[in-house]
Design a binder for this molecule. Structure first.
Ligand SMILES: [Fe+2]
Length: 321
């Protein structure tokens, strides 16, 4: 379960429509979208969080192939944070991962937010945009947590229509991330059937989070490898990998606050074996370790990507490593 970072807006905001710094997505970014359908990231990266800003500032350019931010946390941010952000975006290709579109929610889509996000993506030359396959708001406001969508035909049509509308406003394809969840209300089909139906009906891309698959497989008692092989992974823009908290043997919580565990690394390698060395981002949202520990996880991602390329040099996707 992901949560918003505090907005911490600076009193001297940046004009989102102002001049664009040097973005340098490997394939140029832009309206075609990402991954299997156009521009996208390559290699291995880390999510940029406020708590990691200073550590990432000191990294050499070769340390990361891309970084990820939530646009909502950076739109209009100026001052010291804004300058640090822009310095990083000039050095590392950027992907954007939204937090608050509430694609599965009942309230009307926030078109003003989508337009601000589009301006942000254009301004910084973002490689791609992804969002969660979840709901996080209703007519009463934001919940600041990512709630599951009922796995029903009606919900497939509802969320797919909203994804298509979001893609129209953003003027690019988007990737959706199936989330970790802890209750499945109104379930008429399996999660896997639901996810694939949404991908097909919306004709959008996929953000494949292997930790979410693992956490959900423990909490709901299914085989994570069977799920992985059933998902429409050819649509993958990039992969998330993260750590979680073990509350009980049958209850894991997706915290992004711990080291990545071996079963999740095994799922990542299985995804590479199936779809090639997909670009992969290490997510760490709190309980930050020394930067060298995170770079150790990035290095392991790169080793697995190199191994996948060595096994299948002509694989469907390459990581640019
Ligand atoms: Fe994720």
């Amino acid at each position: 379960m992901n949560r918003h970072e505090p907005a911490g807006r600076d009193p001297r905001p940046v004009d989102p429509h102002g001049p664009r710094p040097q973005g340098h997505c490997p394939d140029g970014g832009g309206p075609r979208g990402a991954g299997p359908h156009g521009a996208g990231p390559h290699g291995a990266g880390i999510g940029l969080r406020r708590g990691l800003l200073s550590g990432m500032h000191d990294l050499p350019d070769t340390a990361l192939d891309f970084i990820e931010v939530a646009p909502e946390n950076w739109i209009g941010v100026g001052g010291r944070f804004g300058r640090q952000f822009e310095a990083l975006v000039e050095r590392f290709p950027l992907v954007c991962h939204g937090l608050s579109l509430s694609l599965g929610g009942p309230a009307p889509l926030d078109i003003a937010l989508l337009e601000d996000v589009r301006a942000f993506l254009d301004r910084y030359g973002a490689c791609c945009f992804t969002e969660h396959l979840s709901a996080c708001s209703d007519d009463q406001g934001h919940l600041y947590d990512l709630m599951p969508i009922p796995f029903t035909d009606e919900a497939v049509r509802h969320v797919a229509g909203r994804i298509r509308r979001a893609q129209d406003v953003l003027e690019r394809r988007i990737g959706i991330e199936p989330v970790s969840y802890y209750a499945a209300p109104g379930q008429e089909m399996r999660e896997l059937e639901f996810v694939n139906a949404v991908l097909r009906e919306a004709d959008c891309d996929l953000l494949l989070d292997v930790n979410n698959i693992y956490v959900n497989s423990v909490n709901f008692g299914y085989d994570p490898f069977e799920y992985l092989h059933g998902i429409d992974g050819a649509r993958t823009v990039y992969v998330h990998i993260a750590g979680h908290y073990v509350e009980a043997p049958d209850l894991f919580i997706d915290t992004h606050g711990a080291p990545i565990v071996e079963p999740v690394w095994a799922l990542l390698d299985a995804a590479y074996a199936r779809w090639g060395a997909l670009p992969t981002l290490v997510e760490r949202d709190f309980n930050f370790p020394p930067m060298e520990d995170l770079l150790g996880e990035v290095a392991r991602v790169r080793r697995l990507q190199s191994g996948a390329q060595a096994r299948d040099p002509g694989g469907a996707r390459t990581a640019g490593v």
